[in-house]
Design a protein around this ligand. Sequence first.
Ligand code: BGC
Length: 769
Amino acid sequence: MDLKNNLRTETGWKIIEKSFNPEQLVTTGSNFMIGNGYMGYRGTFEEWTAKEYTACIVTDTWDKAEGSKWSELCNVPNGLFTQLFIDDERLSVFSGQTAAYYRALDMKNGLNQRQMRWTSPKGKKVHLNVEKFASLDNHHQLVLNYSFKALQSATFTLVTGIDGDVWSINGEHFANHNTFEQDGLVGLELETAELATKISVVEGASIVGKPPTAETVNHDGRTILRKYHFEMDEGEELTLQKVVAVVHDNEVQHPKKTAIATVQKGLKKGYDTLKQEHTKNWEAFWKKSDIDIEGNLEAQILVRFNLYQAFIATPTHANLPIGARGLSCQVYQGAAFWDQETFNLPMFTYTHPEIAKRLVAYRYDTLPGAKRKAKRLGYYGAFYAWTSGKTGDELFPDYFFTDVLTGRPIRNHFNCWQIHISQDVVYGIWLYYKATRDWDFIIEMGAEVLFEVAQFIVSRVHFKKDKNRYEIIRVLGPDEYHENVDNNAYTNYLTKYALEKACEVFEKLRDENARELERILKNVAIDQDSVKAWEEIASLLYLPEPDENTKVIEQFDGYFGLEDINPKQLRKRLIDPGEYWGWPNGIAVNTQVLKQADVIQLMAMLDGFTDNQLTANYDYYEPRTEHGSSLSPSVHALVACKAKHYEEAYRYFMESSTIDLYNASKKVMSGGSFLGGIHTAAAGGVWLIVVEGFAGFKMYKDGIRFRPALPEEWQSLSFKLHVLSCQIEVSVKTDCLTVHSLAANKKEIKIYFEDRIEMLKPSDSIQFI
Ligand code: BGC
């Protein structure tokens, strides 16, 4: 089936690019990428260099380039670099003639593939067949199989090794480059400029087929390359197999030693075995995570693409954050935002709780950073970083955007006023707990986070004596076009939620785990009075209520009084298309136009709103939302489902799921900043739309609920869920829902469907018609 953007799919597992379009080079590099949560390797060609945005971004390598304000992940030297020459002519899609072209992302097996026939400017022909992967079996490993067939006799030269000339959006990260050769392997040892992190990239190569007539190794400062010459006859074939290891000392003590051992082991196993081990892991991932859609191949491939991207962005080997652009590039510093809890965590919680546990544990590990931030700004407790890397200290700079008209930097306050991040962390912990009932996690880690966030809230709210209520002033909600607002609905509701959870956990610990509570209280300076303060604030906190007549909740104090104009009209006021719309003078600031709608976001996350309220708020905010954030379409789809506006929901599902694949994201540049790469939150949002939206899945206190509404063209929708330590299979057809509990499950699960409540036993299925 043909898809938009020059793509096609046959099976719903593979995305195939039909011809090469140089204008799409940045986007396709992201879309066809491979990765394993430790590193992301862009889906570029082997002969490409920094100029074509080849990159291998490695997590846990945060560092500031000299003179830079940005702490970001390193783009490490390219160990897969391989350039073929035919009679001294360089193979390139930019010269000669390319035919029978095929670039594919095989998502079932986590493989990037390329085939093409190339005719050199002088008329010599070669057929190329390449496959590579970032191993899911050994996260340090990149593996390449590069085959070519001479379609005419000629001299072929292969230049392959490690290209150390990498690009970096905010400057050079490496202070030292040492190239070396050891036991037939080539390598580069690097040290980062700020924190002296040692990174080793080691490459091993083997030739399958005829041996080269000559072989040399050249060191060129940052680059170390082998050169092989072959005299080949027409029809002769040759394969270069490469194993590359990327290792740094934030993870292992001796990166060079580990990298060498990894490559040696890999070479010994050979490509086929490495591939088998890798694909087995992908099979295991899909077994729990796949969403199968019958009746609409486009929707199928889009959903899988988003699941694939969400997964390869997520570190599973350590407690580390999911970057807002994953590992597709350095944008947003490879750091976690609130996106992690609100958009990415649900999918992992309900499919791979062990991965979800790492993500919530990461927030515990970074509690010291959150406490440092709170203290620095004059608060108690934990104020989580808006942009959070390894330590949890704030990475977001004071000046993010630039006024493109004057060239002056803009002081944005995301880092100090967007306080909802702490409450979102609590939301994430509770989401994980509700689905797993992992009380041990709460005892060991979660409770401390909840209590520290509650303490932060105590120091951040204001009591208004005249109104006898608490208020939260000078904040930014998720809608970043309106800074410095009071009583933001999203923030206030989530604050109450966070306080209630802290009280609930405190009480449960006091009643059931008194000794553990004592231990926790040694770390958190609170007592019974603190808990009383949490209760009081929770009960007296002002929550903007739905208006009696219109049922609409005001996004923040005074919002309804702002100019009411729609985004399309407002856009006409731009003097420069790259202008930032928000604080302090952007075109949206004094209007009701939103980057993303806070009340819709709130309704996507919390319950308790009536159908009328959902509809009224959706209808009010949707036309006023500009969707300047890639997070916005998925919450609109979700709330449209809740409000039973299914056509709208599908429109937003398509918008959200195509943001990257069809390059639908309108804004690569905003306020002078490049914001390209994979939109990881939107990828997680697709899982939310399908499972929580179209299947209407919801976790209740004592069971689960479904409220399916299958999109029109879909014949069926099937997926698996992991809830309350049980695995279940869900299948939705137009007029029937079937839920099956796997035989290995140990308990019954209560299922809510319309007005039916059923107990599902292990190995049983129940049909709801
Ligand atoms: C959005 C934020 C989001 C960030 C990272 C911004 O454009 O407004 O809500 O956290 O991007 O994805």
